[in-house]
Design a protein around this ligand. Sequence first.
Ligand code: PHE
Length: 348
Amino acid sequence: MDDLLKKIAEIKEMIISAINASKDENDIRAVKENLLSKKSEFSALGRYFRELSVEERIEFGQALNVAKEDIANRLSEKEKALLEALAEKKLKKERLDVTLPGYRYEDGGINPLLEVQDEILSIFVSMGYEVYEGPDIESDYYNFERMNIPFDHPAREMQDSFYLDKTTLMRSHTSPAQARMMDMKKGEPFRVVCPGKCFRRDDDDAMHSHQFMQIEGLVIDRGISLADLKGTLELFLKKLFGEKREIRLRGSYFPFTEPSVEVDISCAECGGKGCSICKNTGFIEVLGAGMVHPNVLKMGGYDPNVYSGFAFGVGLDRIAMLKYGISDIRDLYTNDHRFVKQFKKGRF
Ligand code: PHE
């Protein structure tokens, strides 16, 4: 009997040490399959019952049960420990260090072109103008014909643009928005400003870009005169560049205005004395303007004997460069963060 008890103890020790040595669930499975299955040495102990007396069977059975229980306890403890270790390992791997600094998003700035656009629009909105944006892709009809620039007109040469097909192009100025407004207003008086992108075949250098921005202005009513144009532009330019600026009108030519003028402001850099910015003239050209040509009025459905109007076109790039002291027009379009964020406020 003692031999049998010893055998139980030995087998149990062997199984428990195998359990203790298990490093993962595979080891545990191997223990279950090899040492605890029906064919295992441990299960085979049952065969001794037959050879024992009733009392011995009780003692042997109890010893066997105790051993079984010990093994089962050890096994479940080990399984639990392994699971916990596994969870711990996973947690460590997935650890999130909440003390790490996050990504820093730097504040940008508004592109100076848009800033200038906003400023100019709000000046005109405060004077009762509405805002209308025409399309960037324009028909030959609106871009040229309706602006009194027929097919063979030499003024087309200065405004060569990118054509999508024979009669569709990237608009070369915002003026076609004038004609579109007249069509929409159907003979009623109005005042409007039309901002937007324009495109022309041009050199790309510090002062020229194939893409640029304009704001078109148009007022149509009874009795509008050149004095209204001058007064409006003076007010506008002084609001934009400061009260000290003087304005100057020079005679010019545009097919869609008659008479036409080029408008200059006194140079902010030298105050009119002459410097490199104003090329020693004391003045800087900032926009083109004029009284709406009778042909343009007629094509738009307005009787030139009853209605008159003025129009102007401001190049925003020029204004932004002057206002912020920017020397290369291309900087306005590359959208380099380091450039853009400098212009949170203008110089004037
Ligand atoms: N459309 C003209 C240009 O782009 C500017 C302009 C607009 C001139 C309105 C007069 C009146 O050069």
